[in-house]
Each structure stands twice: as structure tokens, then as C-alpha cells.
Design a protein around this ligand. Structure first.
Ligand SMILES: Cc1cc2nc3c(=O)[nH]c(=O)nc-3n(C[C@H](O)[C@H](O)[C@H](O)COP(=O)(O)OP(=O)(O)OC[C@H]3O[C@@H](n4cnc5c(N)ncnc54)[C@H](O)[C@@H]3O)c2cc1C
Length: 461
């Protein structure tokens, strides 16, 4: 336990928390990070990341060309369908440009995008060594600035009296502690690690969801403060969810469990039936809807089936596919009824038309007379061996969060809470009302983490 009362307590130990801590420490504040995870699991979902989306008026570090504010904002509007706070969104977008050199100056190293992600080389800057290297670099920088960190320090209550937080309660190794800092920054992510809360929002099917990131983001501080009248933003049923390999662990499977084979496959449910157009659009524009599509199927599971000619068309998952020489044999190995699957594949194959197959663009090679149709990349599944992957919904993060203003200050029932700021996933719902733009989570955390750190430090001085 720490001896001195810090000026600022930061709840959480991921990207947003670290950006806030470093900024506040550089401004002269005494900062304490309370990270709920043990040291070896520090860094929340941030340690799973690969890149952040960055505005730039010309080539910047590893980023090519330019990516202006309006183009970035329009990309955001397309995915959120207008469900965003324009002022906060533009602050995040503009702030990304000056954050990139700030990140480099504080230990983060970048690399150009590699094969499979070349389409992002203009818009997204990739972290050398991934999010784990970024998090480790920030912890080193924070330590050099005198930031203290307590691990296994689970914050369970912030006491809100009038318009101020007067006490921070947390437990560490089973012992309860209280602190009375002058300011608090909450950067403790979403609530997807709390399955009971997911079930309350989604219904019992949420029991079968897999969580792609940390189990420590349980929303405890979020719900504690909402119960005390702090204003929320976002819908508890909105989240970023993708289809991942059904064999992934319940938590923390990370990026390697994602499956990118859907557009080249036929996807069936537990009854061996197709339920959606697998070739509706290019995968980067569709992968995020498949989490919900699979969530709506019985037992929240589906199966993606390809043949040998598609095996090398997508980035492989960490799990090898189930393999067989015939479709009925594959179905049995996947635990499906062989006749049903064979009939579905035969019907699909009969509906395929000849065309010029182009795996990297919308090729219009479509089925005819099939419901649901497959409108691109529809080639008969006839060349053994056949491969199958199970798919389950993998939740990345939830969107319910704190309502904040342009200074990242949390809004209470009747006005701002004077000494409370929020950054990262825990307030991202203000900007991401629905949908998701690749790399924007780290942008929101970096920009609003820095804002929260600066504002909190100004408040305590
Ligand atoms: C597999 C995967 C890949 C992703 N890839 C990308 C990507 O490439 N680019 C991108 O922009 N986004 C990506 N994201 C989303 C991204 O991870 C988040 O948007 C971002 O990391 C959020 O940062 P944060 O600091 O808000 O939360 P986190 O990094 O999740 O940090 C939250 C912290 O709070 C701590 N905590 C929680 N509750 C408590 C409590 N009660 N007391 C104390 N501590 C607590 C946790 O232990 C954790 O340290 C990815 C997510 C996943 C799961």
C-alpha cells in the first residue's frame, strides 16, 4: 500500500489510464494508478491492440499520404449512422494528429502495416510489438516520472458527495483500503467482463459469448457511479462483437482467434442451414456484424465451411481447421447432422454461377435463386479436402459509459462532477453510439486520456 495520499488517483491500467497518468505527472501532480489486474495481466484490452487511427495532413511517421479531418469524420458517420457527438468526435480526430508524435516521444514505436493490413497503411499507425509493447513502454515512462502503481487493486466504490468525489475505496489481496485524493480519473474500460451484466442486457444467450479481451473490465466503477446519479451515455445492448473461433478461451483470446474465412465460405447454424449472405461486402466492412448474427442463432454457434481452393485466401486463425475428405464426414466431425449439411452445400453449389472470381474486391460472382443469396465470391464447395471452423460471438467492448464534456469531465445529475474525469472505453459511447471504426478505440483513449490528465492536474494545482 502507498504511504502518501496522491493528488490524483487513476482507476485502470490500460492505454487511457497511462496517457492520463503520464500527462498529469508531467504537469507536476503526484499520481497513483490503481490497476485491478495483477502485474502480468496489466494493460486491459489495450495490450491486445495493433494500431490506432490517425488524422494527418501529410505523411506522418509510418503513415502514407494524408487523411484529413473531414474524411475521418465521414468514415465515422458511415459506421455510427450519425449516432455520435460531433464535437467530441472532432476533438478525438484532431487530437490524433498531435498524439502520434507525443506517443513516440513517450516510448511507443511504430511500424508500417504489413501484408493483410496494407489497406490501412494510410489511416492506421501500427505499434511495433503490438499493444503489449505500447503498454510496457508507457509503464516505463510513467515510472520514470514518479507515477506509483498498485496492482491487484480493485476499485469498488467512489464516494460522490454533492459535486465531488470524496473517497476512493478499493481492495488489494483481500484487504479493504480507502484514499482521499483531490481528483480521480476513471479509465476502467467497459463491462463486458461481467457476464451477469451482459445477461441482464442481452438475455441468457450472453452466457455463450466469448470475451476477446481482459476479464478485469467488469464495469464495477461505472455501475457504482451510475447508481449514485452520474449521467450515462450509450445503450447497454450495444457492443463491438465479431465472429471468432468457437474454440477460443472465454477471456483474453485476443486478435489471433478472429476468423476471416466467412466471405469465401458457406456458414451454417446448428441445424445445418444457412442464415445470411456470406458475401455481402468486403470483410473489413462486414466482420463486425457477424458477432451479432451468430449470437442470434441457436446455442450462439455457427460453422464456416470452405474447400481446398479457398484455404490460402485469408489470414489463418491460431486454431487449425477441422478437416475431412467429404462434406458428410466434415459435418460429423463438427457435431452437425451430415445429411442436413450435405443438402445445404448441394443446394448452394447448384445455385453458383460462372464468373470472374476476384478475392480482394467485390466480384459479383453470385448465386441465383438461393435464399439467402451469396452475392460475391460464390464458388461451388467441391474440391476436397473440406475445412470447417466453428464460430462464436466474441465481444470486444461494450458501449454503455459515462457522459463527459469536451474536457473529459464526468457529468453528474445536475452538472459536472468537479474532480472526476473519464477516458477511454468507459466514455467512448459518447462518440461511438453504434458501429466501429478500426483503430478508433485507441484514438479515443489516447486523446481523452491526455485531456483528462491535463485537466485533473490543472484542478489539483
Ligand atoms: C482483441 C482486441 C483487439 C483490439 N484491437 C484494437 C486495435 O488494433 N486498435 C484499437 O484502436 N482498438 C482495438 N481494440 C479496442 C481497444 O482495446 C480499446 O478501445 C482500448 O484498449 C481501450 O483502452 P482503455 O484504456 O479504455 O481500456 P483497457 O485498456 O481495457 O483498460 C482498462 C483497465 O481498467 C482496469 N480496471 C477495470 N475495472 C477496474 C476496477 N474496478 N479497479 C481497478 N482497475 C480496473 C483493467 O484491469 C484495465 O487495466 C481491441 C480490443 C481487443 C479486445
Amino acid at each position: 500500500m502507498t504511504n502518501k495520499t496522491p493528488d490524483i488517483v487513476i482507476v485502470g491500467g490500460g492505454n487511457a489510464a497511462l496517457c492520463a497518468a503520464i500527462t498529469a505527472a508531467e504537469a507536476g501532480a503526484r499520481v497513483l494508478i490503481l490497476e485491478g489486474a495483477p502485474k502480468e495481466y496489466r494493460g486491459g484490452n489495450s495490450r491486445h491492440t495493433r494500431n490506432f487511427r490517425c488524422m494527418h495532413d501529410g505523411p506522418l511517421s509510418v503513415l502514407t499520404g494524408s487523411y484529413g479531418e473531414d474524411e475521418y469524420y465521414n468514415d465515422l458517420l458511415l459506421v455510427t449512422k450519425g449516432n455520435t457527438d460531433e464535437n467530441l468526435a472532432r476533438i478525438a480526430i484532431r487530437g490524433s494528429q498531435e498524439s502520434q508524435p507525443w506517443m513516440e516521444a513517450h516510448g511507443v514505436r511504430f511500424q508500417p502495416s504489413l501484408s493483410g493490413t496494407l489497406s490501412l497503411s494510410r489511416t492506421n499507425a501500427f505499434f511495433l510489438g503490438g499493444g503489449k509493447a505500447l503498454v510496457n513502454a508507457y509503464y516505463r515512462t510513467a515510472a520514470a516520472l514518479g507515477v506509483e502503481v498498485l496492482y491487484d487493486a480493485h476499485v469498488n466504490h467512489l464516494e460522490l458527495e454533492g459535486d465531488r468525489i470524496t473517497r476512493v475505496d478499493f481492495t488489494q489481496h483481500g484487504t479493504a483500503h480507502s484514499l482521499t485524493p483531490r481528483a480521480v480519473v476513471v479509465a476502467s474500460g467497459g463491462f463486458q467482463g461481467n457476464i451477469e451484466r451482459l445477461v441482464a442486457a442481452w438475455g441468457p444467450e450472453a452466457e455463450n459469448f466469448l470475451i476477446r479481451g481482459t476479464p478485469y473490465n467488469r464495469g464495477d466503477v461505472l455501475f457504482d457511479l451510475l447508481d449514485q446519479g452520474v449521467q450515462s451515455i450509450g445503450d447497454p445492448t450495444q457492443c463491438h462483437a465479431v465472429a471468432i473461433d468457437g474454440r477460443a478461451p472465454k477471456f483474453d483470446g485476443g486478435i489471433v482467434t478472429r476468423l476471416d474465412c466467412v466471405p469465401f465460405s458457406v456458414v451454417v447454424n446448428t441445424h445445418g442451414q444457412r442464415f445470411y449472405n456470406e458475401g455481402e461486402d468486403v470483410w473489413p466492412k462486414r466482420y463486425a456484424i457477424w458477432g451479432r448474427l451468430v449470437a442470434a442463432q441457436d446455442d450462439q454457434v455457427a460453422y464456416s465451411i470452405i474447400d481446398s481452393k479457398s484455404r490460402d485466401l485469408f489470414m489463418p486463425s491460431v486454431f487449425p481447421p477441422v478437416t475431412a475428405d467429404t462434406i458428410p464426414e466434415l459435418a460429423v466431425k463438427l457435431g452437425l447432422e451430415p445429411d442436413a449439411v450435405a443438402a445445404t452445400i448441394a443446394e448452394f453449389n447448384a445455385a453458383c454461377q460462372n464468373g470472374d472470381f476476384k478475392p480482394t474486391e467485390l466480384d459479383g460472382v453470385a448465386t441465383e435463386g438461393l435464399d439467402p443469396p451469396k452475392t460475391n465470391w460464390a464458388r461451388p464447395i467441391v474440391d476436397p479436402p473440406f475445412y470447417g471452423y466453428s464460430l462464436r460471438p466474441g465481444v470486444t467492448f461494450t458501449y454503455l459509459g459515462f457522459k463527459v464534456d469536451a474536457q473529459a469531465q464526468v457529468q453528474g445529475a445536475t452538472g459536472p462532477v468537479q474532480n472526476l474525469w473519464a477516458a477511454g472505453e468507459t466514455m467512448a459511447g459518447s462518440i461511438l453510439g453504434q458501429g466501429y471504426l478500426a483503430g478508433f478505440g485507441m484514438t479515443i483513449g489516447t486523446v481523452f486520456g491526455r485531456i483528462a490528465g491535463k485537466e485533473a492536474a490543472a484542478y489539483v494545482h
